[in-house]
Design a protein around this ligand. Structure first.
Ligand SMILES: *[C@@H]1O[C@H](CO)[C@@H](O)[C@H](O)[C@H]1NC(C)=O
Ligand SMILES: *[C@@H]1O[C@H](CO)[C@@H](O)[C@H](O)[C@H]1NC(C)=O
Ligand SMILES: *[C@@H]1O[C@H](CO)[C@@H](O)[C@H](O)[C@H]1NC(C)=O
Ligand SMILES: *[C@@H]1O[C@H](CO)[C@@H](O)[C@H](O)[C@H]1NC(C)=O
Ligand SMILES: *[C@@H]1O[C@H](CO)[C@@H](O)[C@H](O)[C@H]1NC(C)=O
Ligand SMILES: *[C@@H]1O[C@H](CO)[C@@H](O)[C@H](O)[C@H]1NC(C)=O
Length: 499
């Protein structure tokens, strides 16, 4: 009874003392190291390949390539063409492309709401599709027409040199005959798109993979995804998005993979997109993370999240939340099928089994670089846990967690204020870090009777006054280690107060 109370009391005093000592410039307790500022990674090239010039056949895939994709039956129109697209040298068209000055279109083409029956049912189309000719603005200089002019192994539609700003009104993508815009994987090269226009997916209604990375997108047109029923993977990383409105993805019922990292998002409610399976929203400015119902892998690091919400989720396996502003872990009970949780570099003060008792298969728990003063996994150890990283915290008394520690494989305890540690002879640890703590020598000697040295992966080098190296770790001799630390702390505090 008394012992327990004394220990908690000491923990509290010690936590305070640790800071005091650091403020006083005393090297006795190691001041907590500041997390290294992590700069936004840059994405040179975004995985794009060289910007090749347009091949003779307008960049259309070779016959063998398209035919290997059985689903693309329409591609025979393209793939079977000879080098010049099956047309005479001039494309079979008079110099003006065989079109009247207005391109053979009704004057209001492009103003119609996309997808209205009149649009699809139109009979007045150009006489010849404009194979590979990307920029034919001569007829109607105000209309920007963009066509994919190349395919590669990943994408059957590559747009080059698309430039759309906030003022652009009438950009048009692909062919007027929508059935020709049957490409499934679409990407952009050497392009900027300050505003994602509705026109893109209004024309390309069968897209499954859309890569919009690094296009400087600031805004998404209200109806940009209105026809994106087939889209499965959408990448919009490395843009300048500030908000994703709640209805933006209303129609994207097949969207499984959403990449939004490295934007400036202050609002996106992922729980409104229940189809999501893989998500990356890292490097944004969100304060709340709403986890969708069936997401399996969620990366949300470097965002400053301080709240997590969302429905019970039986699928979530990997959750990366490092470098945020979390102070609480109670929400974890909603995710019983987690295998890996990364909560390092947050503001957590305690880890308690109450928030982990639902876990059925948690193997890796990372909580380094928080402000942990309390660790209670002894109430009910997490049976499947293999890796526990508690390094760089303010832990002092962890001994009672032995039932949990004994069954781990990797345990990282370095850079805390730990005084004593016990492990049983049948522990399963093969990787243990212990340096930069406040070890009691007797406890270390007892510990190393049960720990083979190769399992310890770190060591201290220089010890403070009153400490010496034993088993490669600095420790202090005393009969009553916790009382000793308490008295030392009080002495230090009064020194600081006198100053
Ligand atoms: C990329 O865009 C720039 C400016 O818009 C242009 O000068 C350059 O030719 C383009 N490069 C390629 C390979 O299309
Ligand atoms: C489209 O992308 C998917 C997944 O990235 C890939 O499996 C498929 O082969 C691609 N198809 C084409 C036509 O590029
Ligand atoms: C659109 O293209 C398809 C495929 O080439 C063709 O069968 C169809 O007749 C075209 N529709 C119109 C309205 O021209
Ligand atoms: C998530 O995005 C960040 C930033 O772009 C990147 O560093 C990380 O590798 C991404 N994670 C995954 C699994 O794609
Ligand atoms: C972290 O959260 C606290 C409140 O929980 C808030 O005062 C602080 O400003 C937040 N920090 C950042 C960087 O958002
Ligand atoms: C042991 O932990 C250290 C420190 O994290 C790591 O570098 C090393 O790869 C680990 N070794 C094994 C065998 O897991």
């Amino acid at each position: 009874m008394c012992g327990l109370r004394a220990v908690s009391l000491i923990s509290v005093i010690f936590f305070t003392c640790g800071s005091v000592a650091a403020v006083g410039g005393n090297n006795y307790w190691y001041p907590k190291e500041q997390p290294v500022a992590t700069t936004k990674p840059s994405f040179p090239g975004n995985g794009y390949y060289i910007y090749g010039s347009q091949p003779a056949n307008g960049g259309l895939p070779a016959t063998t390539y398209t035919q290997s994709h059985t689903t693309y039956t329409r591609d025979t129109n393209f793939g079977g063409q000879s080098a010049n697209g099956g047309l005479p040298a001039n494309g079979g068209l008079p110099a003006n492309g065989g079109l009247p000055a207005n391109g053979g279109l009704p004057a209001n083409r492009g103003q119609l709401p996309y997808g209205t029956p009149t649009h699809i049912g139109q009979t007045i189309y150009r006489s010849q599709p404009n194979y590979g000719g990307q920029q034919r603005y001569n007829a109607r200089p105000r209309q920007l027409e963009y066509k994919c002019i190349e395919a590669n192994l990943q994408y059957d539609c590559v747009f080059y040199n698309v430039h759309i700003d906030m003022q652009t009104q009438d950009a048009y993508f692909g062919f007027e005959n929508l059935t020709l815009n049957n490409q499934k994987n679409v990407t952009f090269k050497n392009s900027t798109m300050r505003k994602l226009p509705a026109a893109l997916l209004a024309s390309f209604r069968q897209v499954e993979v859309l890569n919009l990375n690094g296009l400087q997108i600031e805004e998404i047109d209200t109806n940009a995804f209105a026809y994106a029923h087939t889209i499965q993977k959408l990448s919009m990383s490395n843009n300048n998005l500030e908000r994703i409105e709640d209805d933006t993805f209303q129609a994207t019922t097949a969207l499984q993979n959403l990449q939004l990292s490295s934007n400036r998002l202050t609002h996106v409610d992922l729980s409104l997109i229940p189809s999501l399976f893989h998500v990356n929203v890292s490097y944004n400015l969100l304060s709340t993370l709403a986890i969708p119902i069936a997401v399996k892998e969620l990366h949300a690091s470097h965002i400053r999240i301080n709240a997590v919400r969302g429905p019970f989720n039986m699928e979530l396996t990997i959750l990366k939340l490092q470098h945020n502003n979390l102070t609480d872990t109670a929400w974890l009970v909603n995710y019983p099928r987690l295998i890996e949780v990364d909560l390092s570099y947050n503001e957590l003060k305690k880890i308690t089994y109450h928030h982990f008792f639902t876990m059925q298969r948690l193997q890796r728990l990372y909580v380094s670089n928080n402000h942990l003063v309390a660790l209670d996994l002894y109430g009910r150890p997490i049976p499947t846990l293999k890796v526990l990283d508690l390094s760089h915290n303010h832990l002092l008394h962890v001994e009672r967690n032995q039932p949990q520690f004994d069954r781990l494989e990797n345990l990282y305890l370095d850079h805390n204020f730990i005084v004593t540690l016990k492990l049983s002879a049948h522990h399963t640890l093969n990787n243990l870090t212990l340096s930069h703590n406040d070890w009691d020598c007797n406890s270390l000697r007892a510990l190393f009777r049960n720990v083979a040295h190769p399992a310890v992966h770190d060591a201290d080098q220089y010890c403070k006054i009153d400490y010496h190296l034993e088993h490669g770790l600095c420790c202090k001799e005393s009969d009553n280690p916790y009382l000793d630390r308490l008295l030392q702390c009080i002495a230090l505090t009064s020194v600081v107060e006198k100053l």
